[in-house]
Design a protein around this ligand. Structure first.
Ligand code: AMP
Length: 176
């Protein structure tokens, strides 16, 4: 992807101060989603990193990870697995605790979502402290999944979230 497309995506990320709490600069990606050229460009970034890697499943994190992850899975012709905040998944789940930039919680995945040995890529909109995606990585690994990489449209580098994810390789496209 050219630097021009990346700059257009960056320009469409809207900073919303003090949302959902005072002191948080929220990176709003809805102007990317609502523009067909930008939405496709954002999905293409993930696809470029995924093609040719024999992926079995894309795992998306509640909720904006679903928007990107499901489109990526569709295009790769592989399965999609949602990891959700506690209480949203109907069947039996495994649970992992996490902390994030503005709160604490637990993430869940269905017990039969990933089979041992499946090659998995984790997708979310944004890497902040890394708490959420680290919890997702634990769920994937505990299920026996081979977590190839965690991919994010946006990374807030000053929060050093990729350290939390070690040893999982991390790719992000727009860094702040
Ligand atoms: P963290 O666990 O701190 O890496 O937080 C990542 C999760 O929280 C992602 O699912 C993001 O969607 C959301 N998130 C955290 N901080 C922000 C932010 N500044 N702007 C938008 N989303 C955020």
């Amino acid at each position: 992807m050219g630097s021009d497309a990346l700059e257009k995506l960056r320009a469409a990320v809207r900073d919303v101060p003090d949302f959902p709490k005072k002191g948080i600069m929220f990176k709003d990606i809805t102007l990317i989603l609502s523009d067909p050229v930008l939405f496709r460009a954002s999905i293409d970034l993930f696809l470029e990193r995924c093609r040719g890697r024999q992926i079995d499943k894309i795992v998306g994190i509640d909720a904006r990870g679903f928007l990107f992850g499901s489109a990526v899975a569709y295009e790769l012709d592989v399965g999609f697995v949602p990891i959700r905040k506690r209480g949203k998944l109907p069947y039996r789940t495994e649970v992992a605790k996490y902390s994030l930039e503005y709160g604490e919680g637990e993430m869940e995945m269905h017990v039969d979502a990933i089979m041992a040995g499946e090659r998995v890529v984790l997708v979310d909109d944004l890497l902040a402290t890394g708490g959420t995606s680290a919890a997702a990585a634990v769920l994937i690994r505990n299920a026996g999944g081979d977590l190839l990489e965690a991919q994010f449209l946006i990374e807030l580098e000053f929060l050093h979230g990729r350290k939390q994810l070690e040893p999982t390789p991390v790719t992000s496209f727009l860094k702040y």
